[in-house]
Design a binder for this molecule. Structure first.
Ligand SMILES: Cc1ncc(COP(=O)(O)O)c(C=O)c1O
Length: 363
């Protein structure tokens, strides 16, 4: 079954991991961590990159290091997976679920953000570019600035996605990424944060590593955790950073073919992107006209060996799941509509011309 995961380990990656293992520097403090972080910062166009143990810890670190006080309320879009609001709670804050702007975008509702911030009900927003789709992060950053609230980006799906001249993950005070085995840049478990703010970078590092302030700092100078990334995993990521651009370019060919198929389809339509943007190609999103059509198509796709991410995870508004049922939410009718109609297809190098033909015949 083909799904969104496509983490092929090359010989070069295996060699780099083996070399790090052989060096005996296994913990999260080896020189490879700094090399990996330098590579990430350069490739993503950010002043600082801080590697950590997962995407969930990256989002928590982003909130904690941004100076958002414990107990603050943080707006979270309703179409995100449980990990994002769990990370908000992990950082001592409270998620407040908001809608997306329309069923044709994954971007958050500006009207709701504005109303909540002006009423003093939220102190921050976590924007999530689901399946690597840019929306209006630049305007959202301006809006948050005007409203005096903090913007964090959970860019776990959005490695190398661009909007204007910048990469997603560089619009917020901190951009948080996952490098879980299903992600575009994969280290098994892992994550990283990007920021241009030196003070925030120092806090991110301290929080990640037992409260050490600076390289020569000592433990418990400030509060902290152990959220470090192990060196062999950093070695695995470091090899991939250099080839990310080429990989996304290859995947864009598949993504473009899926876009054409969806455009010609009578049953689904593609989600349009801002003209000055590029998706990460983590997944391709098609919207069926109706919920029943989406359900039928996802079954038919599974029958030809293609698993939609939205089916795999029974995608639904996150406030319908577990502990989030008790949290405050705005009117989220677009999120519900999106969750019922969206089909998220794999758009990676392993999707062959034959599979594309089969997808075309289903949709
Ligand atoms: C949007 C989003 N944020 C955060 C996470 C958490 O990442 P991790 O599994 O690395 O903790 C995920 C994981 O799938 C995700 O999809």
């Amino acid at each position: 079954m083909i799904d969104i995961k496509h983490s092929v380990v090359s010989e070069e990656m295996a060699k780099a991991v083996f070399e790090t293992l052989s060096s005996g520097r296994l913990a999260g403090t080896g020189t490879i961590i700094e090399e990996y972080e330098r590579g990430l910062a350069e490739e993503f166009g950010s002043r600082f990159a801080v590697a950590c143990s997962s995407g969930t810890t990256a989002v928590s670190l982003a909130i904690l290091a941004s100076g958002i006080p414990s107990g603050s309320t943080v707006a979270v879009p309703s179409i995100v997976p449980t990990m994002t609001p769990l990370a908000v709670i992990g950082a001592g804050c409270i998620p407040h679920f908001v809608d997306i702007g329309s069923p044709e975008t994954v971007g958050v509702s500006f009207d709701q953000i504005k109303a909540l911030a002006l009423a003093g009900k939220i102190q921050a927003v976590v924007a999530v570019a689901m399946w690597g789709y840019p929306s209006s992060e630049a305007e959202l950053a301006e809006l948050c600035e005007d409203l005096g609230i903090v913007l964090i980006e959970d860019a776990s799906h959005a490695h190398m996605a661009t909007l204007g001249s910048r990469k997603l993950g560089t619009y917020g005070r901190v951009g948080a990424f996952s490098t879980h085995e299903r992600k575009l840049l994969f280290t098994g478990e892992g994550g990283f944060c990007l920021t241009d703010d030196e003070t925030v970078a120092v806090r991110l590092r301290a929080l990640r590593e037992f409260g050490r302030l600076g390289k020569n700092g000592t433990f418990a100078e400030s509060s902290g955790y152990n959220f470090k990334l192990a060196s062999p995993l950093a070695a695995l990521g470091h090899v991939q950073v250099r080839s990310l651009e080429k990989r996304i370019a290859d995947r864009q060919v598949v993504w473009g073919s899926l876009y054409e198929l969806a455009r010609q389809s009578k049953q689904v339509s593609p989600i349009e992107l801002p003209s000055n943007s590029r998706p990460s190609t983590y997944g391709f999103l098609a919207l069926a006209a109706e919920r029943e059509t989406a359900a039928r198509l996802q079954n038919d796709l599974e029958a030809i060996g293609v698993l939609s991410d939205t089916k795999k995870y029974n995608h639904r508004p996150v406030y319908e799941i577990g502990i989030f049922k008790d949290h405050a939410k705005e009117d989220c009718k677009h999120s519900r509509d999106f969750c019922e109609r969206a089909i998220a297809l794999p758009a990676h190098e392993g999707v062959s011309a034959i599979i594309l033909d089969k997808i075309g015949s289903v949709i």
